[in-house]
Design a binder for this molecule. Structure first.
Ligand SMILES: [Mg+2]
Length: 302
């Protein structure tokens, strides 16, 4: 029994869970989804929020850079809008036809004996649609998405709110407080960064999203994950670095060169077996070793 316990200790897998970003991680940037999404966000800012088109590029750069998503930045500087409407506008016209079923990735994922979760800043409709297009909809235990970290309540009294933080099939409510931008005080973020020495602090956003460490910690808590035993896959360097700061092991996807904060780097998620073979090895050793002749196996593989 003692041998067995020691063996289990020695061969315990390094990870309990693989946590995957979705966009530009499970499919390549070259699919054009991100580019189209960026354009739709800019169109939303002009058409729905009445922002002048000539400042859109500058403004969205500042917002994305400082708040993680343009949406989070828009809320921070004073715009209010219906979140579902925003998401359906920016995702509604995406070229989803560019996402094709990926049986190679599907087989890779299904061969990995770990909990597997999606963690995306996007909304659930987009995440489910993209996963379906990729043929990966049943490869994950759950999806941690915008609504998971930003549960939204109806203004009217709701029947119950208790499962608002469920990450699997997070229940939706409607954001009903749409406010006209013209009544709002908007923080001038372009003017702020035009100053050589901005003294005023940037306003805070009510939206929780990567790369905030709080967002990552909240996601881990909701999914009951130990950061030390979770491997985090991301295409975004700043999300990788935030993940590292909260204690995750990290895989940068889409680049072959590692950056600060990345434990591994993969040009494509398809290279996972070559780049991180230990994800399969520990399972293989356990299968070979259990349950016979533990002492011998321990000496060979310890
Ligand atoms: Mg991404």
């Amino acid at each position: 029994m003692e041998y067995e316990n020691r063996f289990r200790q020695a061969h315990r897998q390094k990870y309990d869970c693989l946590l995957f970003d979705l966009d530009d991680t499970l499919y390549p940037l070259s699919c054009g989804i991100a580019k189209a999404c960026g354009q739709n966000i800019k169109d939303y800012m002009v058409e729905k929020l009445g922002i002048e088109r000539n400042i859109i590029d500058d403004m969205s750069n500042h917002l994305y850079k400082n708040y993680g998503t343009t949406m989070a930045g828009l809320r921070a500087i004073g715009y209010d809008f219906d979140y579902d409407e925003y998401h359906s506008f920016v995702h509604g016209k995406l070229p989803y036809e560019n996402l094709k079923p990926d049986p190679v990735l599907r087989n890779l994922l299904l061969s990995l004996p770990y909990r597997k979760l999606i963690f995306t800043n996007a909304d659930k409709v987009h995440a489910v649609k993209a996963l379906n297009k990729l043929g990966l909809e049943d490869c994950f235990e759950g999806i941690i998405c915008f609504e998971t970290l930003n549960p939204i309540h109806k203004n009217t009294v709701s029947d119950d709110d208790e499962d608002d933080i469920d990450f699997v099939g997070s229940r939706r409510t409607n954001h009903t407080t749409s406010t006209s931008a013209s009544n709002l005080q908007i923080f001038d973020i372009i003017g702020h960064f035009a100053q050589s020495n901005p003294t005023q602090a940037l306003p805070k956003t009510p939206i929780i999203c990567k790369p905030s460490e709080f967002a990552i910690e909240l996601a881990l808590k909701i999914a009951n994950l130990d950061p030390q035993r979770t491997l985090f896959f991301e295409d975004s360097a700043r999300n990788i670095q935030a993940g590292k700061r909260v204690g995750l092991d990290t895989v940068l996807v889409g680049k072959s060169q590692r950056i600060k904060g990345a434990d591994y780097a993969l040009e494509s998620i398809h290279n996972l077996r070559e780049a991180v073979p230990e994800l399969w090895e520990s399972e293989l050793k356990s299968e070979v070793a259990y349950p016979s002749n533990l002492a011998v196996e321990t000496s060979v593989t310890a």
